[in-house]
Design a protein around this ligand. Structure first.
Ligand SMILES: Nc1nc2c(ncn2[C@@H]2O[C@H](COP(=O)(O)OP(=O)(O)O)[C@@H](O)[C@H]2O)c(=O)[nH]1
Ligand SMILES: [Mg+2]
Length: 333
């Protein structure tokens, strides 16, 4: 079967929520390339309607455990959910580790849940693009909630979090993680704070610390004050309140007009990210002859014959010319 006819049958199967079709589509997206792009292209029009949650925090904070507990709460309210775990610190496949936490027989055969982890890819920024397409696919499969779990460390992960409508930052009792969170800048993007492992000592102190930090940072809030919630993910404690807060935040986004603003920000960031990637590819593309030209020009930058600015402009102009030439050639065929 050609890739084209496969896509023809895969798209409706994904939209109907078939677990096999979703898994297959995500594998395509992970592998990348033309086939992945063609599939994402076809699915994008169907991605409206899901609530996208980002769950982030330091490794070991209990994110996966919390996601598993939240899935149960979501299902108990008869909503459907898709999960994409993009966690380079826990390299697992097929949702196995998250699956351990949720005890697969709880959800096996339940077409209302789909869990999958996405492998880290070496390419800078590639993970973010693949995760964005993965989220799209889960949205297109008609899930009410789409959850992305990722460690809040690198720029890639922070970019992934920017896909979410509602971002939940998970921390644990003790100051260390809070300082880390501040450093990583994830406190800025949190719509809801969860202090997990509230069964441990120091939880109420951590909550108070977070609250006073948040009270100081009111600038740029646009009318939403991030709440701080205690949870014990291993026992499902706090999940009902968490889902209420998530729904409350969604309501806020809709009624305040913030949702429109955020969707615009997400769309712009994604388009720029892809365009930059295409440009970088073209710069180094041996087929268009840019690669040799680029190498030569870079040597001139090294010996101070050419400034980096002038060099970039020259390569850019040449790339543009090539593009137009290619367009002319292909339209003459
Ligand atoms: N005591 C306690 N342990 C927890 C809680 N939530 C998660 N854990 C444990 O913390 C460890 C890390 O959990 P995990 O969900 O893998 O963290 P992640 O790396 O953030 O995804 C596991 O051993 C969990 O059982 C909790 O509320 N209380
Ligand atoms: Mg995890």
């Amino acid at each position: 079967m050609s890739a084209f006819s496969e896509i023809q049958s895969l798209v409706p199967a994904i939209r109907s929520g078939s677990i096999r079709a979703i898994a297959r589509g995500l594998s395509w997206i992970e592998a990348g390339g033309d086939r992945a792009e063609a599939l994402s292209e076809r699915l994008y029009q169907y991605t409206k309607g899901s609530s996208i949650l980002g769950i982030t925090g330091a490794p070991g904070a209990g994110k996966s455990t919390l996601v598993a507990a939240l899935i149960k709460e979501i299902r108990s309210r008869s909503f459907t959910v898709g999960v994409l775990a993009v966690d380079p610190s826990s390299p697992f496949s097929g949702g196995a580790i998250l699956g351990d936490r949720i005890r697969m027989n709880d959800v096996s055969g339940d077409e209302g849940v789909f869990i999958r982890s996405m492998a880290t890819r070496g390419v800078l920024g590639g993970l973010c693009r693949a995760a964005a397409d993965g989220v799209d696919l889960l949205c297109a499969s008609g899930k009410d909630f789409v959850i992305v779990e990722t460690v809040g460390v690198g720029q890639d992960e922070i970019d992934i979090m920017r896909l979410a409508h509602t971002t939940v930052v998970v921390s644990v009792p003790g100051l260390g993680d809070e300082v880390q969170a501040l450093k990583a800048g994830i406190i800025e993007i949190a719509d809801i704070h969860v202090v997990n492992k509230a069964d441990r000592e120091g939880a109420s102190q951590t909550i108070a610390e977070l609250q006073s930090l948040l009270a100081m940072k009111t600038a740029g809030r646009n009318g939403w004050n991030p709440p701080v919630l205690a949870s014990i993910a291993t026992e499902g404690v706090g999940m009902s309140q968490l889902l209420d807060l998530i729904e409350g935040h969604r309501m806020f986004l809709r009624t305040s007009g913030e949702m429109d603003r955020q969707l615009r920000i997400i769309a712009e960031a994604r388009v720029l990210n892809i365009a930059q990637h295409l440009l970088a590819q073209r710069f180094g593309d041996s087929k268009t002859g840019s690669e040799g030209f680029l190498r030569k020009q870079i040597e001139r930058v090294v010996v101070r014959e050419l400034s980096p600015h002038r060099c970039a402009r020259e390569v850019f102009d040449r790339t543009q010319y090539k593009t137009e030439q290619e367009t002319r050639l292909s339209s003459n065929v």
